[in-house]
Design a protein around this ligand. Structure first.
Ligand code: BES
Ligand code: ZN
Length: 394
């Protein structure tokens, strides 16, 4: 059932992309002032609060906004897209207050850790990543209600624990959910100077395939053994270099993403309730299958934080040196949306544009072989993710 719903959502979002559908954006006022001259004169400020404004833009104007911020603004600007005026306005009035304040206070998007980051990035090892993908894809299914789904999460926990067994400042735990058997996995490296500030690198641990979700083979090599293998490679490198961050870093494998972002919703809501200071979240979901476009890393511009996306663009230019750009899911397509919904800055660097997606996902054919047979594309994301956690957490 889920597969059909999923593919329908993809089809719907693809047609929504084609249709000229306006969007409501909340934009930082300084950014808005700078891009004003480039926008269509009919674009009006509909509401203003907390140093930001709500504007209604046509899709072409949104593309322009991303482009202008990328090319011309050498500072951190912010924009978030919303489905309706009411949603955008509410984001600025309540949760938005916390959102923009957090960003202003905590996020430092300077790039000044090259001495640490550059040697680590050089250690990304494609064969290691390939082997992790193969081990995860070998579970018959990682569906959230199956025994193998439970076992695969324990396998991820054990893998991360063995990479960090020599460190007393690191713990690896299962995060249990009350309504289904598969646990999420959380690995924590306690920050040495500002432990209350948290940087999160996550991806979903579950897989899905077929009409009845759990009954058929679901290797999920691209969706999302690739994201978990990318996170595992970042962990391996950080541990190998004995990196001790100033801020806390958490690596997360979310349960039950494929059935409605359930694991990440649970976690992000509890972090908000506890007032945890998450300064940045990166989601890795599908890093294996390179699309045909001339962009290697594609940032989803919706349900994400515009300023943090721009920061990722700069990290790619500095450390990965591959072409990158923007696309849109058109809906909250992965766990980054759970963090965004709870007021935290979140991004999802993705393997291709939405027009160019891997149609084998959610089927028994989502295998390594069908996604090119190697982890070269995924290795670029391991470099970016290493740069992200080290730069933001130090
Ligand atoms: N990895 C996909 C999301 C995705 C697919 C992003 C294709 C971009 C292109 C994710 O695992 C997924 O399947 N998400 C669901 C939505 C979720 C709310 C259940 C989907 O897209 O149907
Ligand atoms: Zn999926």
């Amino acid at each position: 059932m889920k597969k059909i719903i999923g593919l329908m959502a993809l089809a719907l979002s693809a047609s929504a992309l084609a249709a000229p559908k306006a969007q409501w954006l909340t934009v930082d006022n300084e950014v808005l002032a700078k891009i004003r001259p480039k926008l269509n004169k009919s674009v009006q400020t509909l509401y203003s609060a907390q140093g930001a404004s709500v504007v209604k833009l046509a899709p072409a104007e949104v593309e322009k906004l991303s482009g202008v911020i990328h090319d011309e603004l050498h500072r951190c600007g912010g924009f978030i897209s919303h489905e309706s005026y009411e949603e955008a306005q509410a984001a600025l009035s309540s949760q938005g207050e916390m959102y923009f304040a957090k960003q202003a206070i905590f996020a430092d998007y300077s790039i000044d850790q090259a001495a640490l980051v550059a040697p680590m990035v050089a250690q990304v090892d494609e064969p290691t990543m390939r082997s992790t993908i193969e081990k995860l894809a070998a579970f018959n299914t990682r569906y959230y209600r199956t025994d193998t789904g439970v076992k695969s999460s324990e396998f991820i926990r054990d893998t991360w624990a063995s990479l960090s067994s020599h460190r007393s400042d690191v713990k690896v735990e299962l995060y249990k959910h009350s309504s289904w058997p598969q646990a999420s996995i959380i690995m924590t490296i306690e920050g040495s100077e500002k432990p209350e500030e948290i940087v999160i690198l996550g991806g979903h641990a579950d897989s899905i395939s077929g009409m009845f979700g759990g009954s058929s083979r679901a290797p999920g090599a691209d969706d999302n053994a690739s994201g978990i293998a990318t996170i595992t490679e970042v962990i391996r490198i950080i541990m190998q270099n004995d990196f001790k961050p100033k801020r806390t870093i958490q690596f997360m494998g979310y349960a039950a993403e494929e059935v409605g972002l359930l694991g990440s919703k649970d976690i992000a809501a509890s972090y908000k309730k506890d007032g945890k200071k998450v300064i940045g979240v990166m989601q890795l979901d599908m890093t294996l299958n390179k699309g045909s476009a001339d962009k290697d890393i594609v940032m989803m511009a919706d349900y994400t934080n515009g300023s943090q996306n721009e920061f990722l663009g700069k990290l790619i230019d500095e450390y990965v040196k591959v072409p990158w750009g923007y696309s849109r899911c058109g809906y909250g397509c992965s766990d980054h949306a759970s963090w965004t919904a709870n007021g935290y800055p979140s991004s999802i660097p993705f393997e291709s544009t939405m027009e160019d997606i891997n149609h084998k996902i959610h089927t028994p054919n989502d295998t390594l072989q069908n996604a090119g047979g190697d982890a070269k594309h995924a290795a670029k994301f391991a470099k970016l993710a290493t740069a992200f956690v080290v730069e933001l957490a130090n």
